[in-house]
Design a protein around this ligand. Structure first.
Ligand SMILES: [Ca+2]
Length: 428
């Protein structure tokens, strides 16, 4: 690879020109301010959703800029500049550090001890496909279908062409000696969020979100049937069982028949009264939590499809849980928001025995529902605009928000549900 180092143009013809140049430079450096969707650091942990967002932004922003000259580097969405060729593009998507001012090339992309080989069949979004002999690398986006015959990739390919998002054949890659590589700093959950919801008229909804990419992968499918009562709080127990309370304080079990092309459920099974909870969540490990008037209670669920006798161990944990939203991030770990804007994590051990951690002190008052499928992934729903936002708490059980990042918007609108609840532990 030939690199010519160009001297910067520094023709100063007077104070006015200098100030104009300075202004221009400042504007260029503000190509895109970092936002919560771009929360990684150079060389640091990065989610698959962020890698794809970085690649998409570059392809959407630039035209035919391909160059193997490091001096032609272009700004990424977070401002750092990367060489606009195939390996510079992957370095940009992964937000790799420079080595002596140089981006990596196809010969040394895997020489820094921070990548691992992966078979083409096991590629995940944000991995790369590398031919270090003939010198090309592309960024894997997704398979076109479950047969894994063809894949979407992002790439900078050749001089005179714009970067592109194209379909490639796996067998053609394999025949040409390409191999898959993954970046060790990639963090995030794998799996999906299985999300049930209620509409204000009592219909039920089902939606799936791919937690790797932060994108909706199924639905929403909406039932024709209505629950027959006004839902107040809900907790998903497993893939086809949801507990829902009514505004009249009654608890119902909803058994789902199908959530594939349509959503159908059996007539809700009435389990009893006195369920005045404002919020409910299930931790995926036998404990149902509910908050009524700021009092947190824990129950033990003894069956996949519980009747009243399977809901035991009513334990008052404590008062003072004035939360606006509630979900569970793991066994006996709760996550919630307050109307004052806090994002709070709780570890519950028993009656009067719990710990509270403030992950964020402000701005979360806009959330109307929180849902957490496990693996540190969670989503915030804003009913006002119907948007759903993705977050990743890399270690959800360390009582710290330092490892918490926003990973993008799943949908900017369209989620008109009143309640949302994700099946626990469907992501790792
Ligand atoms: Ca954490």
């Amino acid at each position: 690879m030939r690199i010519s180092l160009r001297r910067p143009v520094t023709v100063l013809t007077g104070a006015l020109t200098a100030s104009v140049l300075g202004l221009t430079a400042a504007v260029v450096s503000e190509v895109a301010a970092p936002s919560t969707a771009y929360a990684s650091s150079v060389g640091g942990a990065i989610s698959r959703a962020e890698i794809l967002n970085r690649a998409e932004w570059w392809i959407d922003t630039y035209g035919a800029i391909y160059s193997q000259d490091q001096a032609d580097a272009k700004a990424s969405v977070t401002g750092e500049k990367y060489r606009p060729d195939c390996s510079g593009f992957v370095s940009m998507a992964w937000r790799l550090p420079k080595d002596g001012g140089w981006d990596r090339n196809t010969r040394n992309l895997t020489s820094y001890g921070d990548t691992a080989g992966v078979s083409l069949d096991d590629l995940k979004p944000g991995d790369a496909i590398l031919d270090s002999v003939d010198g090309h690398v592309a960024l894997f986006h997704k398979w076109t279908d479950s047969s894994k015959t063809n894949m979407w990739v992002y790439e900078e390919y050749s001089t005179g062409d714009a970067g592109r998002h194209v379909v490639k054949s796996k067998s053609a890659y394999a025949d040409s000696g390409y191999r898959g590589i993954s970046y060790d700093e990639v963090v995030g959950s794998t799996g999906s969020a299985s999300v049930y919801g209620t509409m204000s008229d009592g219909r039920l909804t089902y939606t799936r979100i791919d937690t790797e990419t932060g994108r909706r992968s199924h639905g929403a499918v909406v039932s024709t049937a209505k629950l027959g009562f006004t839902p107040k709080a809900m907790a998903t127990l497993n893939f086809n069982t949801v507990l829902v309370t009514s505004t009249a304080g009654q608890l119902y079990r909803v058994d789902v028949i199908t959530n594939n092309d349509s959503l159908r459920f059996e007539t809700p099974v009435h389990l009893g009264g006195g369920w005045t909870h404002d919020l409910l969540t299930y931790d995926g490990s036998g404990h149902l939590y509910g908050i009524a008037d700021g009092t947190l209670r824990r129950y033990t669920i003894g069956a996949a499809k519980p009747n009243a006798s399977h809901i035991t161990g009513n334990t008052m944990i404590d008062t003072g849980f004035a939360l606006r939203t509630l979900t569970s991030t793991g066994p006996d770990w709760l996550l919630g928001t307050t109307s004052a804007g806090e994002l709070l994590s709780y570890r519950i051990r028993g009656a009067g025995d719990w710990s509270r951690y403030e992950l964020r002190s402000s701005t979360w008052q806009t959330m109307d529902n929180l849902i957490a499928p496990g693996g540190g992934a969670f989503y915030g729903h804003r009913a006002d605009g119907g948007s759903v936002h993705a977050y990743l708490d890399t270690l959800p059980d360390n009582g710290s928000g330092a490892d918490l990042t926003g990973t993008g918007t799943v949908d900017a609108s369209g989620w008109t549900q009143t309640l949302l609840s994700a099946q626990p532990r469907t992501a790792q």
